[in-house]
Ligand binder design. Structure first.
Ligand SMILES: *[C@@H]1O[C@H](CO)[C@@H](O)[C@H](O)[C@H]1NC(C)=O
Length: 453
């Protein structure tokens, strides 16, 4: 999210009125869950392209859950239907509340949800990541998985958003976000839930873009993400080449899991959403699976296409389409998703772990182990979520005390939680776990990194 301010988020939290939890039963929707195959998302045997919006009415300042209040989501779903989008990304949801009404209404409209599992009080602290990767944090993350894992239209979970920044010290937080990714995947497996794809949403930083992508797709199967996404604002009064997207296609060619833009949409120009022409064309579709336009509602940072009347902490007021709404609608209609595989490869592959250098400070390929206090959640479930107004997790104690054996996220039976494991097995081989092979891979990455990406 652009310009996240924790202070203002905290200040606004108390003003948010919790809506009474609806006790509607989760109805059976007929929407087909999204899966991952090779470097593509699939719906059944058809390729799926993300054509959607970032959706957080009130922004990070309000920190309210639009999917727990039908007075918010239902009028917006009417707008989504008018746009004919297929995904919304929601950054803050309340895992103590019921979401049946909004999730089912979205499913009936053919719309999937890509969900961030973090919120201001329950997240990895990029300034001091070790202590914040703890049992209280994971309990909140797992409770979010419990709540949204039951809906067929939950497309994906983001295990983090822009935790790594342009300051090189923030790359040290990568291990904890990757451990969270591993734990989310092993939680779904242990709890017998549908394996909803998990990935990281990166800031678009030149100095660490490629290392970040490689890092989240390297190592043992249990540690690797199901997809990679980044937030890209480089297309300003621009075109494919001027925006540098030609290089971003070239560099990511051969990346072994799906990639999409988890935010896009410069606002320094007259917004015509020209990005869509490139994203849906054969210049990009072999490597990218679409993107999410930032953003639906007009907030202080002025990226919206719909104005919502009333105070920030409410968001049930009248909706007014801005001129950008029609412009985005037009761009979507003019640039339909391609049919067929559109250049996707059907087998997944891992990346070599990036070497430590001046911009990437992560030295070890080992990840912190699941904190002791979180082990019971995998066995017994997470229990009731703390919601958005709990005590917070960052200084809760109960952090991880040791590194994990690579492959530890498999649930102890040696099986891989990855849907793509069969395809990956041949490429990775059992020797990936041996330290000398890892350093070999790092060496190769250093030598031919440019060729690989
Ligand atoms: C593309 O890859 C090259 C070589 O690794 C790197 O120097 C460059 O910064 C990358 N460009 C982008 C836009 O990622």
């Amino acid at each position: 999210m652009r310009s996240v301010s924790l202070l203002s988020a905290l200040a606004a939290v108390s003003a948010v009125q919790a809506s009474p939890a609806t006790q509607l039963k989760s109805r059976q929707s007929s929407i087909t869950p999204i899966t991952v195959k090779g470097n593509a998302f699939m719906v059944g045997d058809k390729r799926f392209f993300v054509r959607g919006v970032a959706y957080q009415p009130g922004g990070s300042a309000a920190n309210l859950d639009p999917l727990a209040n039908s007075k918010i989501c239902l009028p917006d779903i009417e707008k989504f239907k008018k746009l004919k989008i297929n995904v919304v990304r929601v950054y803050s949801t309340d895992n103590s509340k019921d979401h049946a009404e909004c999730m089912n209404a979205l499913a009936e409209a053919g719309i999937y949800v890509a969900l961030d599992v973090n919120n201001p009080l329950y997240s990895i602290n990029r300034k001091d990541p070790g202590p914040s990767y703890n049992a209280a944090y994971l309990q909140s993350v797992f409770a979010t998985i419990d709540e949204f894992g039951k809906y067929d239209n939950t497309m994906a979970f983001f295990s983090g958003n822009e935790v790594i920044h342009d300051e090189k010290e923030t790359t040290l937080a990568a291990r904890y976000v990757k451990a969270t990714t591993r734990d989310m995947r092993s939680y779904m497996k242990s709890r017998g839930l549908r394996q909803i794809p998990v990935g990281y949403s990166a800031a678009d930083v030149t100095d660490n873009r490629m290392q970040t992508a490689a890092y989240f797709n390297c190592g043992t199967d249990d540690e690797r993400s199901d997809f990679f996404a980044f937030n890209d604002y480089s297309w300003c009064t621009s075109d494919f080449k001027t925006a540098g997207w030609d290089i971003k296609v070239k560099n990511f060619t051969g990346y072994g899991v799906p990639i999409f833009l988890s935010e896009y949409g410069c606002n320094l120009n007259v917004r015509d959403f020209g990005e869509l022409e490139a994203l849906m064309s054969d210049k990009m579709t072999s490597v990218y699976s679409g993107g999410l336009m930032y953003e639906y509602s007009q907030e202080d940072n002025k990226y919206g296409i719909v104005e919502i009347a009333g105070p920030k902490g409410d968001q049930t007021g009248a909706r007014k389409e801005m001129p950008e709404f029609a412009a985005y609608q037009k761009a979507l209609a003019a640039n339909p998703a391609p049919t067929g595989l559109a250049g996707a490869v059907t087998s997944s592959s891992s990346s070599p772990c990036p070497a430590k250098d001046d911009f990437w400070m992560v030295q070890s390929t080992l990840l912190p182990a699941l904190p002791e206090g979180a082990k019971a959640y995998l066995k017994d479930g997470a229990g009731k979520g703390p919601g958005l107004n709990g005590a917070g997790s960052q200084n809760a104690g109960g952090a991880s005390t040791e590194d994990a054996e690579p492959g530890s996220g498999t649930g102890g039976n040696g099986a891989s939680p990855s849907q793509s494991s069969a395809a990956v097995a041949g490429l990775m081989g059992p020797t990936d776990k041996a330290p000398f092979v890892i350093s070999g891979a790092v060496f190769i990455f250093t030598m031919i990194g440019a060729a690989l990406f």
